[in-house]
Design a protein around this ligand. Structure first.
Ligand code: ADP
Ligand code: MG
Length: 582
């Protein structure tokens, strides 16, 4: 993916580059520290069950605007409730996926299970949702804080920012509020500006012309105004919401551990308070245990459904170890879908029983979200068996379907959102997190989206109903992909506006890569975890449960860490009135 040269750069946590000898020493230590604290994975190229590699990581935490982080955290329980309501709206799920299941076999198979379960009635009415809402900052947002950003646009001899960068910032309009969790709109809006906004803009214009700075040896312009009031830095947009196998409950907090160590080693312990506490592992595992409590049978176990080979093993075993250490009376088992087909059966009250008569209270799916996990009808039968059982599922089939891209696209329409959120302030706040999402169904609206994608493909990403990375089509590749599909086939996909996150600069450390690492341009994706437990009538538990940050090269389309493209990271929170490091 090409990167616009005017993309703003977020101010660094510490001054870079590091002196080479210090960089070599701290990187070598950090690699060992990562392996020894479970920031690790099994190697794909040299797989062995007996060894681990450190997971790729960013050496120093990437900056993230504090206000936007806090908004995302505050919004999560509302998103949890939204997804819970969506999952329990049979009519909405059925109509929304109607066209998709005609052409997408995988979604159709999931939907078939849903249909059968609906026909027979739910044996277990309670669901365990362990969600992760993924988001990116949008640098096209009109509210960029002048102090948090540097422009990589070429500076003229006076060190002034390019006109384009100045205009991009100065053109901003105001943000929405709403239950303290509002995020600003992605595009300038027509509404009248408040006096405060006018003042802010004037300050931006003045300051863009006044100051300069040097970052990583590149002279760029920056803005520094002591008198400017704190403002939102930048809005963020949801990339997707995950309702199945939301990973990094361990690797999120583990990234913070590694980067805290690095900052201390570099003599920057003073920076640690700006790395937010991350309780993801405990939050998610406690969710499973709360579900186990609801099931209320002392001998019952928690079952993890796993892939045939688990590369991302730390992010599963640490969950298991946390449960075993914190709640030693609860046993955790790991089985593949194939194993469940072989040994699983239902008891008299539809309890899920594994060999030896072990009764399963809670099923945590870390597999089952992609076609490759179902080798034959056996695995689908196993999924159905579990779905009809008394065990509490994470996710239950309706939650899985609620997490499809097609549902996300439908929810982005205000009229649809209204169906699930009553409070107008909450509606407003959630409505703003969606970037443009377009149906490609075979109807007038879908055909208009198709034409739009052919005209300006560089603005979009094309997504199928898949999870796990590597399935999307980006920018200039979209027209060919679309033209290969029939009109009906297109309805299995959705079209989404590309989000343009600001850049950060830093060192990415990868197994087997050359030492020392060099400074690269990167972009980050923040994931906020949420836990929600309840049935169609009641929500029993609903809370935000920590976060994770993944960072990729700015030129990469996707940033899956397990897929080898992204790197572990954690947010370093910055405020609009911070002093510049550089
Ligand atoms: P998956 O379910 O495969 O994880 P995602 O929707 O999360 O699918 O897309 C995978 C990756 O593609 C994201 O992690 C992100 O890096 C990139 N991506 C997805 N949507 C967008 C978007 N609208 N703008 C920019 N990048 C995106
Ligand atoms: Mg994703």
């Amino acid at each position: 993916m090409s990167v616009d040269p005017n993309t703003p750069v977020l101010r660094n946590c510490i001054r870079l580059p590091l002196p080479e000898d210090e960089l070599i020493e701290v990187t070598a230590k950090a690699k060992d520290y990562a392996i020894m604290h479970g920031a690790a994975m099994r190697s794909k190229s040299n797989f062995s069950e007996d060894s681990l590699n450190f997971a790729p990581f960013v050496l120093v935490p990437s900056s993230f605007p504090r206000k936007e982080f806090e908004k995302a955290v505050a919004l999560q329980p509302i998103i949890n409730r939204l997804m819970h309501n969506v999952a329990h709206d049979e009519e909405f799920i059925t109509t929304t996926l109607a066209e998709t299941i005609k052409v997408d076999e995988f979604t159709a198979n999931l939907f078939n299970i849903y249909r059968k379960v609906l026909a027979h009635g739910f044996t277990q009415r309670t669901s365990l949702g362990m969600l992760r809402s993924d988001l990116m900052l949008e640098s096209g947002c009109p509210e960029l804080s002048p102090k948090a950003l540097l422009w990589r646009g070429e500076a003229d001899e006076d060190g002034q920012a390019t006109a384009a960068a100045a205009v991009a910032v100065a053109a901003g309009t105001g943000s929405g509020g709403g239950v303290g969790v509002g995020v600003c709109g992605g595009k300038p809006r027509a509404k009248a500006k408040t006096m405060e906004e006018e003042e802010d803009e004037a300050a931006v214009k003045r300051n863009v012309q006044l100051s300069r700075a040097t970052v990583s040896g590149v002279s760029t312009s920056t803005v520094a105004s002591k008198d400017r009031k704190a403002a939102a830095y930048c809005c963020w947009k949801q990339v997707e919401i995950n309702t199945i196998a939301s990973g990094f409950g361990h690797l999120g907090p583990a990234s913070k551990t590694v980067q805290s160590f690095v900052l201390r080693e570099l003599g920057h312990a003073d920076k640690l308070p700006n790395m937010p506490h991350n309780n993801a592992l405990a939050g998610l595992c406690d969710g499973m245990v709360k579900a186990w409590d609801i099931y209320a049978k002392p001998q019952s176990v928690i079952l993890f459904i796993i892939e045939d080979v688990s590369y991302n093993i730390c992010d599963q075993r640490f969950h298991e170890f946390y449960i075993r250490e914190t709640y030693p009376h609860i046993k955790v088992l790991r089985r593949t879908l194939t194993d469940v087909h072989r040994e699983g059966k239902l008891g008299l009250n539809k309890e899920l029983l594994l060999s030896g008569g072990l009764e399963v209270a809670v099923i945590y799916f870390r597999a089952g979200y992609e076609p490759g996990h179902y080798h034959s009808q056996d695995e689908w039968d196993a999924r159905y068996l579990m779905e009809t059982s008394l065990a509490i599922k994470c996710p239950s089939i309706q939650y899985h379907l609620a997490g499809t891209k097609k549902v996300q696209q439908a929810l982005a329409q205000p009229a649809v959102l209204e169906r699930f959120i009553n409070d107008p302030e909450e509606m407003k706040a959630v409505g703003k997190i969606f970037t443009g999402l377009y149906s490609l169904d075979d109807n007038e609206a879908g055909n208009a989206s198709y034409e739009m994608a052919l005209r300006t493909p560089e603005k979009f990403v094309l997504k199928p109903q898949r999870e796990g990375g590597g399935n999307n089509v980006y920018g200039v590749d979209i027209p060919d992909a679309l033209k290969r599909m029939s009109r009906v086939e297109r309805s299995a996909w959705i079209l989404m506006d590309l989000i343009h996150p600001p850049l950060t600069k830093g060192y990415m450390v990868r197994p087997g890569a050359e030492m020392p690492p060099t400074i690269v341009d990167m972009v980050s994706e923040l994931g906020i975890f949420g836990v929600v437990i309840g049935d169609a009538d009641h929500i029993i538990h609903n809370y935000q449960a920590g976060h994770m940050l993944r960072t990729k090269l700015s030129t990469a389309n996707e940033g899956g860490v397990a897929a080898g493209l992204g790197a572990l990271d954690s947010p370093y929170l910055i405020d609009s009135d911070d002093e510049d490091e550089n």
